[in-house]
Design a protein around this ligand. Structure first.
Ligand code: 6PG
Length: 243
């Protein structure tokens, strides 16, 4: 059972099982909105979910969105849509009518406006704001999440539902959900694995001042659940924090 706060697992197969169990319980609800992340961690987890829980979850009740997208076409190797489609959605034969990809091939400003309308149309409203049932996030080594990068205050403070950001080193255009939207979600799950992120995870969990530095630490749902799904390597500096 995934609980609020820190959840530590042996590895990605346990994380995949827990995600399936969670979605199996939640997917009795129609139009359950899920925002998917990009990156390598989720890819391996999605593949395991597609293999092991095709019949456990009411997949046809889910609506799929993305937390962020690189401004590339849907067939580009860096596309988050391509990654999720190949590892999860296509193997599960998810109908295209419930797949709401961010069109990275469009002009970024136009697409962030178009995607905003898509969110308003398909995602439920809570407290007067768009509210996902579940946002799944990764965390970069620099503490970014989705495509919200440290120091990019225009994005960090954006009051839009989604916005156009730029990768700080590659200069790649991105479209990202804003913290405003992420923090209005019912459930926010971070999927973080590997030793490389252990010290940053410990800093974010233990040190409140990290909230001024790292976008991942700024994810603090207003009245939703924040759950960290970590493997033992990513959690190795948290021993004193976990009962
Ligand atoms: C992206 C992601 C990004 C990712 C983290 C973690 O588009 O790159 O949305 O936020 O989740 O960088 O990626 P890894 O799991 O590959 O470390």
């Amino acid at each position: 059972m995934i609980k609020q706060g820190i959840n530590i697992y042996k590895g990605i197969s346990e994380i995949a099982t827990e995600l399936c169990n969670f979605l199996a319980a939640e997917s009795d609800r129609k139009n359950y909105s899920v925002a998917l992340p990009g990156g390598n961690t989720p890819k391996a987890i999605f593949e395991l979910m597609a293999q092991n829980c095709k019949y456990q979850v009411h997949w046809d009740n889910l609506q799929f969105f993305w937390g962020d997208e690189r401004c590339v076409g849907p067939d580009h190797p860096e596309s988050n849509y391509k990654m999720a489609n190949e590892s999860l959605l296509h193997p599960l034969e998810i109908d295209t009518s419930v797949i709401h990809r961010i069109k990275g091939e469009n002009d970024p400003v136009f697409e962030s406006e178009r995607y905003t309308l898509e969110l308003l149309k398909h995602v439920q409203n809570r407290n007067g704001l768009t509210s996902f049932n579940l946002v799944i996030l990764g965390m970069g080594d620099d503490g970014h999440t989705a495509s919200i990068f440290p120091g990019q205050h225009n994005i960090i403070e954006s009051t839009k539902l989604c916005d156009h950001s730029v990768h700080p080193t590659s200069g790649q255009n991105r479209i990202t959900l804003t913290l405003e939207t992420i923090n209005n979600s019912e459930n926010v799950f971070f999927l973080v694995t590997g030793k490389k992120k252990a010290s940053l995870i410990a800093e974010i969990i233990k040190d409140k001042s990290s909230r001024d530095k790292y976008p991942a630490a700024m994810v603090r749902p207003n009245d939703g659940n924040l759950c960290w799904l970590l493997d033992t390597e990513a959690a190795e500096e948290l021993k004193d924090k976990v009962e």
